[in-house]
Design a protein around this ligand. Sequence first.
Ligand code: SAM
Length: 322
Amino acid sequence: MLRQPLPGNIDNAFAAEICAGLTRTGQKELPSKYLYDEVGSALFEVISVLPEYGLTRADVRLLRRHAPDIVSRLPLPVIVAELGTGSGKKTRWLLEALARRRPACYCPIEISRSALAMCRRELGDIEAISIVGYEGEYLEGLARVAARRREGEHLLVLFLGSTIGNFDRRAAVQFLREVRQILRTGDSLLLGTDLEKPVARLLAAYDDPLGITAAFNLNLLSRINRELDADFLLPHFRHLARYNSAARSVEMHLRSTCRQTVTLRAAGLTLTLHEDETIWTESCHKYAPGEVPRIAANAGFSCEAQWLDREWPFAENLLIAT
Ligand SMILES: C[S@@+](CC[C@H](N)C(=O)[O-])C[C@H]1O[C@@H](n2cnc3c(N)ncnc32)[C@H](O)[C@@H]1O
């Protein structure tokens, strides 16, 4: 493995995290947040409507059915912050229910510039909802939203679609604690969690026959080629989805089909991958419904209500900061 100093014109955080993941001893790993550039965010939108990927439809069903009930439990006035909105399509149900009660400010927080732009386009027409977007990391954005709240205004944080599942269980609790530290007692967090279900059903959701999830995963290598002047040859990699039963998580990997050497010129890195070696790109942890209130309590929240979808087991959890 060769390392050289970085040229001055590249995104240092991106280059540093990519290099750190690819030079790890043992399992190579890339942060899943980098799956979402413009192409990745567009592909995720397609994934969310695939017949095999029931997660988004379950989330939508719950929000559509229960938005008035969810909103009726919130202290008003409220400012809404959403972590990792994607296109924000399903948030419409909540914002419309909220707008019927009182005007509010909605603050989408997104690492992907193109997802943030989609979200503004998608939700910009809701009367009585003003939008202030933040491009950046979850906690940094949330701290900025918390800093702009007015006297007496409550904060509602949305973390939908089971994106919490991208953290391992311990990191998820740590992340929720960090969210809690930014909140005040009585603030709310609406947390979507995908639930355990038969493995074959889960694997089909992360390895669809059209190959959209494979393209979404492989795009991370394309992105590194584009942004770090690298020479990953995509035909030499295969998308792999596997279930880790100990972690209760679907893992996405990119498997090298041969021994190969890759250079990331702008990051000054050359590495060798062995045949069948994988790069781990994403984890999607699955939950039991009773697990969420326990995790919430560990992180400084109480679970005020939980709504379940039976067609595609999924839970929407309303947590209150204690
Ligand atoms: C799995 S998608 C979910 C999108 C949407 N919430 C949904 O449920 O359909 C995760 C979203 O979070 C964003 N994201 C991932 N990591 C992030 C981070 N560290 N900070 C801010 N946004 C992030 C991605 O760009 C992506 O749009």
